[in-house]
Write a protein that binds this ligand. Structure first.
Ligand code: SAH
Length: 215
């Protein structure tokens, strides 16, 4: 893991010590059996992937200023569970990270992976995994200071905008063939502003049925 992070540093992607420390505490080998220390996405079955480490790194760096002590965080499409744990490490396990995954088997996979070395976070409910449609968000712990979406939406779901806290930030891939990361901020008056950050390739944020059919 350390070598992977050093490479991300040398290539100029990783430039935050806090993100370095958070990712170092989460061994990617617990979350994928394949080429865990390569900087590439890997299949986790069910037409889903664990994102490449450089994408996890970009996400954490864009979200870092908003990841404050005690924050409520929503991770939509939590999949392998890697980023869900890394988000918790960014706030020294001081808040609540809700991971939503709609495929039952992937929800179980994420839970199993997290349990290997971070079971305490599940037991203490600092990480809460739910097996539901993430496009609707998760009201119980809303509003969220940070919302990370790990799959590409055609349009930003309005429930997610509603559940974003004031002075909060969402990181979300948007689009179908031509995809972009959008960073969406809600200011102290509830006003929304957004920026297109970079072109990307994510699996779609869709229904269970479409995903299992191969889209
Ligand atoms: N952050 C995860 C990304 C996994 S890929 C990781 O790095 O491991 C995207 C995930 O989003 C998949 O697990 C997929 O099953 C899930 N997904 C897609 N549409 C969804 C929806 N509507 N609700 C919840 N999860 C969804």
């Amino acid at each position: 893991m350390e070598k992977l992070l050093k490479n991300l540093k040398n290539s100029g992607v990783l430039n935050s010590n806090k993100v370095y420390d958070a990712m170092k505490q989460v061994d990617r080998g617990d979350f994928t059996p394949y080429n865990a220390y390569d900087d590439s996405p890997q299949s986790i079955s069910f037409n889903a992937t664990i994102s490449a480490p450089h994408m996890h790194c970009h996400a954490l760096q864009y979200l870092e200023p908003y990841l404050t002590q005690g924050a409520h965080v929503l991770d939509v499409g939590s999949g392998s569970g890697y980023l869900t744990v890394a988000l918790s490490k960014m706030i020294n396990d001081s808040g609540i990270i809700v991971g939503i995954e709609h495929i039952k088997e992937l929800y179980e996979f994420g839970k199993k992976n997290i349990s290997k070395n971070h079971k305490n976070l599940l037991d203490s409910k600092k990480i809460i995994l739910v097996n539901e449609d993430g496009r609707k968000g998760f009201k119980t712990y809303a509003p969220y200071k940070v919302i990370h979406v790990g799959a590409a939406a055609d349009e930003v779901p309005k429930e997610l905008i509603e559940q974003l806290d004031r002075n909060g930030r969402m990181f979300i891939p948007v689009g179908s063939y031509d995809q972009w990361i959008k960073v969406i901020d809600k200011d102290s008056n509830g006003k929304i502003s957004e920026k297109k950050i970079m072109g990307v390739r994510y699996v779609p944020l869709t229904s269970k049925e479409k995903q299992l059919k191969g889209y």
